[in-house]
Write a protein that binds this ligand. Structure first.
Ligand SMILES: *Cc1c(COP(=O)(O)O)cnc(C)c1O
Length: 359
């Protein structure tokens, strides 16, 4: 079966080496040595100053919202994974959806100002599929209205904006290291910030609010991650450049193979060095998408409808009008992309798509 994302696995012996060391130490979690090694290695790789490894990308978002003390309304994108919106609602805030740009699929910065009210405290924007938001415009608005900015950079490992890791932007950026992501630790995620005080606050919050064994800094949650996950992260980090390179090559293959297919693909934002994390294609109609998906599934190829439905249609949010996102979410499909996807498999996928179109 060719799934939209087959997780990368490092050579088993390399993981086993870490496992034997863990057995020797019998230190499984709670800020262990491998966790520290991974945090240092990630900061070095990404060339950023502050990062915390947490249990997953959803907890990362919730820590960020909590630490920045966002209340009331949060401006956000309707085109993302559900965790972006559910984290806002889980933290007791109301998501206010601003429609997306039909080229980049990210929040349309020209529409943000109109959505700001006295209750607005922040912006949670997703760099969708690893493509940067219009960061300059968002930062300017945030400054003008004194809003905090969180970037959901779950797709962004390896993406650069103006030659710097995209995780270095916003008050906080969050990342996911889930097994389906380009770089993973099985389950895991990170928060990054340039503000050392905010980092300290999130570090306390990650650990139940403990400030030493018998003292508490404030309310916290369990956002820690384990030595076994950190070990996977250390193993995979050695291969991430190869993974990034392979992704670029595979996306180039799809570009060539699909030139005669009646689809469009998103445009990369100016100043963004893209990581090729996903290969989304936008059909002219939902009918074409459904026919193509059915045909691919007959051959045990499972693409995913990232992202459908538009999050403004979630049953637990107030109905809001996001026509661009509604329209695109019905017609967009992410094609399989993973380290072990072969060019023969890509040719087969392209053949099937072209056959459906030409029938
Ligand atoms: C994967 C993902 C998340 C959630 O990350 P987990 O590590 O699975 O909790 C959040 N936002 C986006 C955009 C994602 O794709």
């Amino acid at each position: 079966m060719i799934s939209v994302t087959r997780p990368f696995l490092p050579p088993k012996e390399e993981y086993e080496k870490y496992i034997s060391d863990i057995w020797k130490r019998n230190w499984l979690t709670n800020n262990g040595p491998l966790l520290n090694d991974l945090e240092l290695a990630l900061k070095e790789y990404l060339e950023i100053n502050h990062l915390l490894f947490v249990s997953n990308g959803t907890i990362a978002l919730q820590l960020a919202i909590k630490a920045l003390e966002l209340k009331g309304e949060i401006i956000t994108t309707p085109f993302s994974y559900v965790a972006t919106t559910s984290s806002i609602v889980w933290e007791g805030c109301a998501p206010v959806f601003v429609d997306i740009d039909d080229k980049t699929l990210n929040i349309d910065a020209t529409k943000i100002e109109k959505a700001i009210s006295e209750k607005t405290t922040g912006i949670v924007a997703t760099h969708c599929f690893g493509n940067a938001c219009d960061i300059d415009a968002i930062e300017a608005i945030a400054k003008k209205y004194q809003l905090k900015v969180i970037y959901d950079a779950a797709h962004c490992f390896g993406t650069l904006y103006k030659e710097r890791s995209i995780l270095d932007y916003g008050d906080v950026s969050t990342c996911s290291f889930h097994a389906t992501k380009l770089y993973h630790t099985v389950e895991g995620g990170a928060v990054t910030t340039q503000d050392p005080m905010l980092l300290k606050k999130m570090a306390h919050m990650r650990n139940f609010g403990h400030d030493g064994f018998e003292k508490y800094f404030g309310v916290g949650i369990n956002g820690k991650n384990s030595e076994l996950h950190a070990a996977m992260g250390l193993c995979n980090l050695k291969y991430v450049d190869q993974i990034l390179e392979k992704r670029k090559e595979q996306c180039g293959n799809y570009d060539r193979l699909l030139t005669n297919l009646d689809i469009t693909t998103p445009e990369v934002q100016d100043n963004c060095q893209y990581n090729y994390a996903y290969y989304p294609i936008i059909f002219s109609t939902e009918k074409q998408l459904i026919q193509s998906k059915i045909e691919l599934e007959k051959w045990e190829i499972s693409p995913r409808r990232y992202f459908f439905p538009s999050l403004s249609h979630l049953p637990y949010v107030k109905k809001q009008n996001t026509p661009v996102s509604d329209n695109i979410s019905k017609r967009i499909l992410c094609l399989p992309l993973s380290y072990d996807l072969t060019s023969e498999e890509q040719r087969m996928i392209a053949r099937i798509l072209l056959r459906v179109q030409n029938n």
